[in-house]
Structures are given as structure tokens and as C-alpha cells.
Design a protein around this ligand. Structure first.
Ligand code: UD1
Length: 425
């Protein structure tokens, strides 16, 4: 088992380049199943979530190759199976449910294991299934699997109870090859969804954003192969921004898209950082000491739930009382108890956390409870006296490639070690 050993560091300085966005790559790889022609996806980071999804894609019968050096994936899905219910691997990762829309659309039939809940919440898929139903599919849920069947999907009018990212993506993909026009109201509009739409339109799909959270999909008979480079990862950008903030640093994120990270930039400015957008990248630098600030997570363009734990790290040392309201997931403060082991003063009650900034954090033994909470522990550890040992880092590696090398290049004191070699470090 690997661990991160992080020592108090900073101020971080220098330049960093973001990897392709995990949350854009995963649906885009699934969309490749919508055509029997070859698709080439560039900027695919070597993440465990990507490897798991590629395995599932291969199990549908598609050919998929990943060149880790060029970070390119080639997929050719001449044939795709519809019944994936025996693929228990698929349940390991929630995003694998995104093959449902493309497989239903291609085959008129799909059966997949239902994804389980996860520590941050129950995470149902009812909105995905209701959407398929509106397109004319018959839905069955039994023996731990979800089944959808339709001889021909037909365009429909869908109002999502909540702007779910996954449901929006799955419905767009299912509707792409349907007969007629589909309108999705209260759709999610995250940059990763826009990237999926851009890729699908390169394949010949007719997907348009009409504004006011409405997406229109005009079904087409066939989609063709396409090439696409995925957008830079805005959550990785937020992670480096927080690392700069907690260490009083001055860093430039070369390929950050300002429009994607505005809510994070606004919060950094509130807490005494400067964020400058220039053709050379996004410069994030400290002007004075960190001040308390509040966060309320919301669907895009609100503050992203995936950056909530990461920005809580800054609150742990910011002067004054900060408050976090998590509106997207029901149990997303898993980082709090680990941060408390490092001396943070955090009280949680349901979906609200109150963080009182402390003068000193101290290194401790902690465990990454999930992907973003794990990243938040790395950031917090950069400001903690002594050494912090972070276990269960496989959670972090689901969503970050080479995070320790990128942070090290900015001057952070972080090592990845194997548990048995720990004493030698
Ligand atoms: C995606 C992201 C994840 C991010 C989340 C919210 C990927 C691979 N993952 O997850 O990193 O944290 O968006 O920005 O892109 N819900 C329902 N019924 C449904 C679907 C969702 O009630 O059928 C609820 C969920 O339980 C949750 C909320 O809606 O409370 C948001 O979930 P959703 O936007 O669907 O997140 P994911 O697509 O799973």
C-alpha cells in the first residue's frame, strides 16, 4: 500500500500544467460507443477510473487502446453488447453507468448492474432511468440490475428534478440516435457536459444549449468517428489554487480555463489571494494573510461540490470563522474528522460545517476517505507542522495523475512511499 508523506511546505512557486478533466474524459469515452467508426480522444490522463472504464468498454465488445505516452485513446465499437449485467467490475465505479445511454441507443436494449451508494451519499440513478422512460424505453429494475428496452427511442420532453450531471449526460447520449427532438429542462451545464456535447457534435450529433438550463437534442440516424482533445481539469486547477493559498504561494496554472474556475477564483480573492488571468496562464498569488470565507456548493456555475473539501483546507488556517453549506451531496464532510486529527477546529451538523481558523496545525496519521477529501488532506498537510502520513491514497489516484510530482515541482515537500519502506524515509 502506498502513502503520501507530506511536510510543512511553502510558499509554493512556479508553473504547473493541468491534465485532461477526469469528469469530461469518462462520459466522452462512453460516447465513443455511439458509433461503429473509430474515435480518437486526446489528453486522457492515466487514472485508475480511466483504466476501469476502458475495461468495461472492451467488455461491450468494442476495441479500445490507450497509449499512456501520448495520452491518446482509440476506440472502435463495431459491435456492442447490451447485456452487461454480469460485469461486476462495472459496479466498482459509478461513472460506468454512463455506458447505459449509448448502449440503449445503439442496441435498443441494455442491462447493467445498479451502481452502489458511496460514502458521500446514496447516489441513486432514478433521474437517468426516468429520462430513458421519457424517450420511450421500458425500464425494469430487479436482482440488482437496471434494464432498459426500446425498439426505437423517440424524442421526449424531460424535466430533471435536480440538474444531475450524470443523468444529463446519459440522456443526451441516449437521445442522440433517437427519432425526433428531445428537450431536457433543468439540465446540468457543467463544463464537462459542454465538452461531451462538443465531442458529440463533432460526431454529427445535434445537441444544443438553449440557455436557462435547457438542452435540445435533435436525433440523427447515424454518428461517425471523430477526434477530440478533452478540456483541462478544473478541479485539479482548484487543488493547485488551494495549495498556493494555504502556503502563501505564487503559482501559475498554464492551461486553466478562467471561465471554468470563476467561483473558486472569487472565493480565493475573498480570502486574500489575487487571481490574474493572462495568456500565459492563471496566476494565483498571496496578498496578506488568509481570511475566513463562506462556501455554498451548487450546480455549475455555482461553487463545485468537488472543490468543497479542498477549499475547507484553506479555512482551517484562515483567520476567523468560515462556514460551508453542502447542497449537492448529503454526506460530504468526510475530510473533517481527518482534518481535526491535524488540529483543525471544525463542527459539522448535517449539511453545514463551521470552521474556526487555528494558529497551528500539526502533522498526523490520516486516511483519504474519498477522492477529493483525500486531496484536501494533502493541501492541509502542506500547512501542518512536522510530517503528515496520508493512507488509502488509491482514492486520490482515481482522479489525479502524478499529483505528488506536480506539487514537488512547485516546491512542496511530498513523497509517495510504499508502506513497508516508510521507516527509511
Ligand atoms: C458528477 C461527477 C462528480 C460530482 C457530481 C456533482 C462525474 C464522473 N462525477 O457525479 O465528481 O461531484 O457530478 O457535480 O462526472 N441524483 C439523484 N438521482 C439521480 C442522479 C443524481 O437523486 O438519478 C442526486 C445525487 O444523489 C446527488 C445529486 O443528484 O445528490 C448530484 O448528483 P450528479 O450530478 O448526478 O452527480 P454524478 O453525475 O454522480
Amino acid at each position: 500500500m502506498s502513502l503520501f508523506i507530506v511536510k510543512k511546505s511553502g510558499p509554493l512557486s512556479g508553473e504547473v500544467t493541468l491534465s485532461g478533466a477526469k469528469n469530461a474524459v469518462l462520459p466522452i469515452l462512453c460516447a465513443c460507443l455511439l458509433t461503429d467508426e473509430q474515435c480518437v480522444i486526446k489528453g486522457v490522463p492515466p487514472l485508475s477510473d480511466v483504466f476501469i472504464l476502458l475495461d468495461i468498454i472492451k467488455k461491450t465488445g468494442a476495441k479500445a487502446e490507450y497509449n499512456q505516452i501520448t495520452q491518446e485513446v482509440t476506440i472502435k465499437a463495431e459491435y456492442t453488447a447490451g447485456d452487461m449485467s454480469e460485469e461486476n467490475e462495472a459496479v466498482k465505479m459509478r461513472a460506468s453507468f454512463l455506458v447505459m445511454g449509448p448502449l440503449l441507443s445503439r442496441n435498443g436494449f441494455v442491462k447493467l448492474p445498479l451502481p452502489g451508494g458511496c460514502p458521500i451519499g446514496s447516489r441513486p440513478v432514478d433521474l437517468h432511468l426516468k429520462g430513458f422512460e421519457k424517450l420511450g424505453a421500458k425500464i425494469k429494475q430487479e436482482f440488482g440490475a437496471a434494464e432498459a428496452k426500446a425498439s426505437k427511442l423517440k424524442g421526449g420532453h424531460i424535466y430533471l428534478d435536480f440538474p444531475s450531471v450524470g443523468a444529463t449526460e446519459n440522456i443526451i447520449m441516449a437521445a442522440a440516435l433517437s427519432e425526433g427532438v428531445t428537450v431536457i429542462e433543468n439540465a446540468a451545464l457543467e463544463p464537462e457536459i459542454m465538452d461531451l456535447i462538443n465531442f458529440m457534435n463533432k460526431m454529427g450529433a445535434g445537441v444544443f444549449c438553449l440557455g436557462n438550463g435547457t438542452i435540445k437534442v435533435t436525433g440523427v440516424k447515424k454518428l461517425h468517428g471523430a477526434e477530440h482533445t478533452v478540456i483541462p481539469d478544473r478541479i485539479e486547477a482548484g487543488t493547485f489554487m488551494a495549495a498556493a493559498a494555504i502556503t502563501n504561494g505564487d503559482i501559475t496554472i498554464k492551461n486553466a480555463v478562467y471561465g471554468h474556475i470563476k467561483p473558486a477564483a472569487a472565493k480565493l480573492e475573498e480570502c486574500g489571494m489575487c487571481v490574474e488571468n493572462s495568456p500565459d496562464g492563471l496566476r494565483v498569488y498571496s496578498v496578506g494573510k488568509r481570511k475566513a470565507f463562506n462556501i455554498k456548493t451548487m450546480p455549475f456555475p455555482g461553487f463545485p461540490t468537488d472543490m468543497q473539501a479542498i477549499f475547507m483546507s484553506i479555512m482551517t488556517i484562515a483567520k476567523g470563522t468560515s462556514m460551508v453549506t453542502e447542497t449537492v451531496f448529503e454526506n460530504r464532510f468526510l475530510q473533517a474528522s481527518e482534518m481535526k486529527r491535524m488540529g483543525a477546529d471544525i463542527k459539522t451538523d448535517g449539511r453545514v460545517a463551521v470552521v474556526e481558523g487555528v494558529k497551528k496545525l500539526t502533522g498526523s496519521k490520516v486516511k483519504a476517505p474519498d477522492l477529493r477529501a483525500g486531496a484536501a488532506l494533502i493541501i492541509t498537510a502542506l500547512a501542518a507542522e512536522g510530517s503528515t502520513e496520508i493512507g488509502d491514497i488509491y482514492h486520490i489516484e482515481r482522479g489525479y495523475s502524478n499529483i505528488e510530482q506536480k506539487l514537488k515541482a512547485l516546491g512542496a515537500d511530498i513523497q509517495k512511499v510504499e508502506e513497508e519502506n516508510k521507516k527509511e524515509e
